[in-house]
Write a protein of this length. Sequence first.
Length: 174
Amino acid sequence: MSGSLLKGRAWKFGDNVDTDQIIPAKYAIYSFDEKKLGEHALEGVPDNEGWAQRVTPGDILVAGSNFGCGSSREIAPVAIRGAGISCVIADSYARIFFRNSINLGYPILQSPQAAVGIADGDELEVDPSRGIVRNLTTGEDYPCEAFPEFMNELMQMGGLVPWVRKRLEERRTA
């Protein structure tokens, strides 16, 4: 993740989008396949049926406060990623959603300014390693908290499990 820019169209959501809205239970119980889950991502948000079919790979989800609240449904970030969303930017996150995303190597950024300033359909460029969200539509830049180097490494490796495997292998060969 470090050094790579993410570019895409913004999809704007409000406050308190919960994990049951991100991936409704009727889809969560049948598959752990990322693409299948992605086909139904955010269908639980009212009037949002078929949203995932309108996403272009690389698009960016922008949300209000407390994104990912509700149950500890670990597959919620998997479903969003499976829909083709390259990262999520929100005012704030539910702690368990934040941690699940990081553990899966999925970039999520916190920026109250971006959450307010970005409109649905704006073209964005995100630099997670530097903590900058650039709105290419308006020319505005928004700060977000950059990931520490450890988290950048974790993101590059695809999450916590591959990171731990690498560390264990390094210990075995040392």
